[in-house]
Write a protein that binds this ligand. Structure first.
Ligand code: DX5
Ligand code: ZN
Length: 246
């Protein structure tokens, strides 16, 4: 199953509902919300009020990528605002296990993110408790950056670890995913594809999303979409996010 997680960072904020609708018509399946604090990353975006504003305008899951210091202080507010998934950066979590437990305790799907310079191996102990691992394929902070190929080996390694450990976390990739790079990330094993600037463009958002998904699905292994024999549900999380009831 390939998910297109469209990043609203690249959308026209003045017409956000229309932008989300267009990306959804094009086949987008998850709304990716990039939260930046001006400390962990050199940019500021939005906080829980944006999630609260999005919640009534879409049935799609809201995937909140926290690029912030002290995420524990803000996790409850994002959960309360309507987040379905919250991912935290490994680099800012000295007590990563506790932070992921915190997210799961609020009935939100927990994810962990690693920057380009952070090794996959730093996650081994927490892999059984995450719904998804997000591999950054750019240094976080801005949309529209060039894809870093070093992300591909990390995606492959995560897929190997998942099989070896009998886990079923999902693999997400974020940054520079476009029509030229999408096949390589899917072949490496990524299933949740974040894309911002490759999707949103005035008058072309729907067709951009559709084309990106077409290229992604064409690159997916034949068996994609069917559960692998070794997959099983993690003990403390739902396997797939469900759209919220209104
Ligand atoms: C970068 C963000 C990304 C960004 C992706 O810090 O985490 O989600 O919006 O943008 P594109 O797809 O333009 O690289
Ligand atoms: Zn992101």
């Amino acid at each position: 199953m390939i998910d297109l997680c469209f990043s609203i960072l690249a959308s026209d904020f003045a017409h956000l509902a229309d932008e989300v609708a267009a990306a959804t018509r094009g086949g987008g399946t998850i709304v990716h919300v990039d939260v930046m604090d001006g400390h962990f990353v050199p940019n500021i975006t939005f906080g829980p009020p944006m999630v609260k504003a999005l919640r009534p305008i879409t049935k799609l899951p809201l995937d909140c990528h926290l690029m912030i210091e002290n995420p524990d202080d803000f996790i409850p507010a994002f959960a309360q605002a309507g987040a379905d998934m919250i991912s935290v950066q490994q680099e800012v979590c000295p007590h990563l296990h506790r932070t992921l437990q915190h997210i799961a305790s609020l009935d939100v799907l927990p994810g962990v993110v690693i920057n380009p310079a952070t090794p996959v191996e730093t996650l081994i102990e927490v892999l059984p408790m995450v719904h998804h691992v997000l591999v950054m394929s750019v240094n976080p902070g801005f949309g529209g950056q060039q894809f870093l190929p070093l992300a591909l080996d990390k995606i492959v390694l995560l897929a190997e670890l998942r099989a070896a450990l009998g886990l079923n976390f999902r693999i997400e990739v974020d940054g520079g995913v476009d029509n030229d790079t999408v096949a390589s990330v899917v072949r490496a094993g990524a299933e949740m594809l974040v894309a911002g600037s490759a999707v949103f463009a005035p008058g072309r958002t729907e067709q951009n999303a559709r084309e990106l998904l077409r290229l992604a699905r064409a690159a997916a292994p034949k068996a994609a979409g069917k559960p692998s024999p070794q997959s099983r549900k993690p003990p403390s999380s739902r396997s797939r996010p469900k759209p919220r009831k209104k």
